[in-house]
Design a protein around this ligand. Structure first.
Ligand code: ADQ
Length: 483
């Protein structure tokens, strides 16, 4: 019987080692949840890095870790600290991430980290090859593993391979600056199906394939020797039910069951019933436009002084990649901006920005989503942006306004939100005014449409559509070869 093998940089399991006792708990992230329908039962395996480098694993404990992971259908790729530095913090996050998000000035082109990226991709491919049979289905995820499809294809020509990119694929003019551009494209073309969040990313990819590899592309099929590779878009959804159910439960909570955060939010709402809460949630990443958003908020307060004491911005920034210098600089910039704006505008009874630099438990995320009148998400570039979708899913009475950057992949499916250009402060300021003053009926009309769409195209549908398309592609290819 064929099995499904999923490969991503990180495994969907959190490991904890306490006094040589190992606990493995499933992660709750979007990808892990989304893949539930694919990664269940005994016929699937997830391969990835455990999050602990070889040096961090206590002596003699590796076999125990393997056993704990196996219980979750997972198998680890072992990486040394030097490999994680070169592959993850290096090539993945100092070259590909900035380049693919159009931050060309941040992209470093270091031969050494490229070589480590290649070697680590080979390690992942070897881990797959060790487990894969010819009729297995392999689904490779994201920008850290773009060479894996071809590495596997070389050894197993008949296996089915799908690849999904979670970040944008940039335009040809950006992509062509990468010294190893052809190798990256060739690596991806080892797959039978290559998926992106949006049609634009798909088009950019096809254009690079045409111009750099001079391959024949008909519609969204790429012809390579006797193979046909399909390229398509699959906009990732969320676990809609999980978020809307959590919000319903949240509203039923008795006073004693409320979190401290919720109690504080309620207290402020009671004291200032006409004040609006604006919410901004992201990983602390330059692509998310947090610093620009803060400057836009300062602009808004200066241009609209009548809203002082009437709006409050909650910024939740999740620590991320703090080993990379750009992220450290950004953290400093945000700290300073928050300090400056609060220093400039605060009054005895009002602090314009509440700033949290941490990850929050799911319940607190729901507190914020359900309590904030406006979600304000303005990435400079974002593959999709699931936070926008999560906010809408939690609005059980359909009130609330989403202000969303048109540079986020999710903007394509969320036309009923207020779409803005994150670089245009005047436009943002107008959107804030519109959001603050939007009649309840209009909010409900917009969100009603959005909710229906998000409920229908949820994350399970996304995963199933990708798998169905991959199986179809394999069938088509077989027919093509037998002609
Ligand atoms: P990310 O860049 O991480 O993902 P996003 O899609 O917004 O961005 O997902 C973030 C997730 O983290 C959300 O599910 C959110 O609930 C959670 N989260 C955010 N803040 C949190 C906090 N403080 N505490 C706990 N959890 C928090 C990458 C790409 C995106 C793409 C996704 C999926 O960069 O563009 O949408 O993958 O493909």
């Amino acid at each position: 019987m064929s099995k499904t093998i999923i490969i991503s940089n990180r495994l969907p399991v959190q490991l904890q080692i306490d006094n040589r006792k190992i606990t493995a708990t499933p992660s709750v992230g979007g990808l892990a949840t989304g893949m539930k329908s694919v990664h269940s039962g005994g016929d699937s395996l997830w391969i990835g890095w455990s999050g602990l480098t070889d040096e961090e694993i206590p002596n003699g404990l590796a076999p125990e870790i393997d056993k704990a992971l196996a219980k979750h259908g997972s198998s680890k790729v072992s990486l040394t600290t030097a490999e994680v530095d070169g592959f993850y913090y290096g090539f993945s996050n100092r070259t590909i991430w900035p380049l693919f998000h159009y931050f060309l000035e941040y992209a470093e082109f270091e031969l050494e980290s490229w070589n480590i990226y290649k070697a680590v991709n080979q390690k992942f491919a070897d881990a797959i090859l060790e487990k894969a049979e010819d009729d297995d289905i392999i689904w490779v995820h994201d920008y850290q593993l773009m060479l894996v499809p071809q590495m596997v294809r070389k050894q197993r020509p008949n296996v089915s391979i799908g690849f999904f990119l979670h970040i944008p694929f940039p335009s040809y003019e950006i992509f062509r600056t990468l010294p190893w551009r052809k190798e990256v494209l060739e690596g991806l073309l080892g797959a039978d199906l290559i998926g992106f969040h949006t049609y634009d990313y798909e088009r950019h990819f096809l254009s690079s394939v045409r111009r750099l590899l001079r391959l024949e592309v008909s519609f969204n099929d790429i012809h390579l020797d006797d193979r046909v590779i399909k390229v398509d878009s699959f906009p990732m959804g969320i676990d809609y039910k999980k978020f809307s159910d959590a919000a319903k439960k949240h509203h039923e909570n008795k006073e004693v069951d409320k979190s401290e955060l919720q109690k504080r939010l309620d207290m402020h709402k009671k004291n200032q019933p006409n004040a609006k809460f604006l919410l901004s949630i992201d990983r602390l990443d330059y692509s998310k436009g947090i610093a620009k958003r803060l400057k836009a908020f300062e602009y808004f307060l200066n241009e609209n002084p009548q809203y002082k004491e009437k709006v409050r911005l909650i910024i939740l920034a999740v620590p991320s990649r703090s080993n990379v210098p750009q992220y450290q600089l950004l953290k400093k910039e945000i700290d300073e901006l928050v300090g400056r704006i609060n220093g400039e505008f605060s009054t005895v009874s009002w602090t314009p920005i509440w700033y949290f630099y941490r990850s929050m438990p799911f319940e607190n995320l729901i507190d914020l989503y359900t309590s904030c009148d406006i979600a304000w998400l303005t990435p400079i570039r974002d593959g999709m942006n699931l936070v926008a979708k999560e906010y809408i899913a939690t609005r059980t009475d359909k009130t609330g306004v989403l202000i969303l950057s048109e540079m986020a992949g999710s903007a394509n499916e969320m036309n009923e939100s207020l779409l803005i250009n994150p670089n245009n402060f005047e436009e943002i300021s107008e959107a804030l005014l519109q959001a603050i003053n939007m009649p309840k009926e209009e909010q409900q009309a917009r969100n009603g449409i959005l909710q229906k769409r998000l409920e229908r195209y949820n994350v399970e549908k996304w995963a199933n559509d990708f798998m169905t398309s991959l199986l179809e592609q394999k069938q088509n290819e077989k027919q093509h070869k037998s002609r």
